[in-house]
Write a protein that binds this ligand. Structure first.
Ligand SMILES: NC(=O)c1ccc[n+]([C@@H]2O[C@H](COP(=O)([O-])OP(=O)(O)OC[C@H]3O[C@@H](n4cnc5c(N)ncnc54)[C@H](OP(=O)(O)O)[C@@H]3O)[C@@H](O)[C@H]2O)c1
Length: 354
């Protein structure tokens, strides 16, 4: 469908309901798996035909609750199933590398929840396997596929707001009660769960910074509770804030020499933008659609898989690796290291300074 923007600019969004009918298997019957299931069914032509859990009882419970044909009591059985075309990895961050590789080695393309892996080195390992097997792999950074993100990118690319000078993103939720958020062995902390949204947003507008500086607070377990990070680019600055200790406004904006784009709160979810161009009335843009918003990324994955593509142009492998390099540098400066990770040394590609 065509979307009309100011100054006769038109951008196009493909209807997720028209995507190829891929059959998905969910790996990990946890919290986020439910939203994937609902949005795949309500908003796309895909179906969820199997679920795999570490426990057969949990898999069967999830399958009968949601009317899924097949339930498997191990991830190995799920990825080997003939009933699925692709795997959605919905486990904690610490497990993503192993589970994505498991699926790829079994010949199944993968959509892996954000953050894609714990660090950039693990992401490169997964993409190496995807390259070797010739299979599709993508980080489920759903926000990049939402209509208001597509429109904002089109506006920036058109020059409508002039040269970008400042990009700001925030994401705070009160999640201290969730054990996974505290646990270093599950790669917990605010950054990988929540902070990845503002960092990925900044990257989607400005790319890799020349340098970044990050400060914050840690929980008693050593994972990050809150952080504030500033990024410097040749002609722009950016700021990302995140916390798991409070519900913050979760706003974002892009300010340029000729205008500004303000995202609704919470910016990473379905919503709208307000565009303020120099000497004009602010213009509000919102595209209402059913479902929770995952349907746009699911449809993109189904289209890429159907076309034989290994990666998406909207969320390419390079973007996932670069965002993780930025987050590696943030964690190095915050002194957050997950069990078994090699030390995150200075001299990182992002160019942080102590
Ligand atoms: N896109 C979004 O809006 C959004 C929102 C929330 C979370 N997420 C992302 O989704 C992923 C999962 O988050 P979640 O909140 O759904 O997690 P969760 O409910 O804590 O765990 C998901 C499932 O992972 C499986 N699992 C495998 N190994 C595990 C281990 N060692 N410890 C615990 N569980 C393990 C479990 O399934 P079985 O027991 O069935 O094997 C569990 O139910 C994360 O990457 C997170 O960042 C995305």
């Amino acid at each position: 469908m065509d979307l009309q923007l100011p100054d006769n600019l038109v951008t196009t969004i493909e209807d997720p309901g028209d995507c190829p009918p891929a059959r998905w298997g969910i790996l990990g019957a946890g919290g986020i798996a439910r939203q994937f299931l609902n949005d795949a069914r309500e908003g796309t032509a895909c179906e969820v035909t199997a679920v795999g859990s570490r426990s057969l009882e949990r898999a069967e419970g999830f399958a009968s609750e949601h009317g899924i044909e097949r339930a498997y009591g191990s991830y190995e059985e799920l990825v080997a199933s003939d009933a699925i075309d692709a795997v959605y990895v919905a486990t904690p961050h610490s497990e993503h590398r192993a589970h994505a590789v498991l699926a790829l080695e079994a010949g199944k393309p993968v959509l892996v929840e954000k953050s894609f892996t714990r660090n950039a080195a693990e992401a490169r390992e997964v993409f190496d396997v995807a390259a070797r097997t010739g299979l599709f792999a993508m980080e489920a950074m759903w926000s990049r596929f939402l209509p208001h993100f597509v429109v904002a990118r089109a506006l920036v690319a058109s020059g409508a707001i002039g040269g970008v000078v400042e990009v700001v993103g925030d994401h705070g939720q009160s999640l201290e009660h969730i054990q996974r958020m505290w646990d270093p062995t599950l790669a917990g902390g605010a950054l990988l769960d929540l902070g990845v949204y503002p960092v990925s947003f900044i990257h989607s507008v400005l790319g890799v910074p020349e340098s970044l500086r990050s400060q914050g607070h840690l929980l008693a377990t050593g994972v990050d509770a809150s952080s504030a990070t500033s990024f410097v680019y040749p002609k722009a600055i950016a700021v990302a804030t995140t916390t798991l200790r409070a519900v913050s406004p979760t706003r974002a904006w892009i300010a340029g020499t000729g205008g500004r784009i303000d995202f609704d709160t919470a910016f990473y979810r379905p919503g709208g933008i307000t565009v303020t161009l120099a000497e004009r009335e602010p213009f509000r843009w919102q595209f209402d659609h059913p479902g929770g918003g995952f349907q746009f990324e699911i449809a993109e994955a189904a289209r890429c898989i159907d076309a034989g593509a290994r990666e998406s142009d909207v969320m390419p492998w390079s973007a996932t690796v670069e965002v993780l390099e930025m987050m590696d540098e943030i964690r190095r400066q915050l002194r957050v290291r997950f069990p078994g990770e090699p030390s995150l040394r200075p001299g990182h590609p992002v160019g942080g300074r102590d």
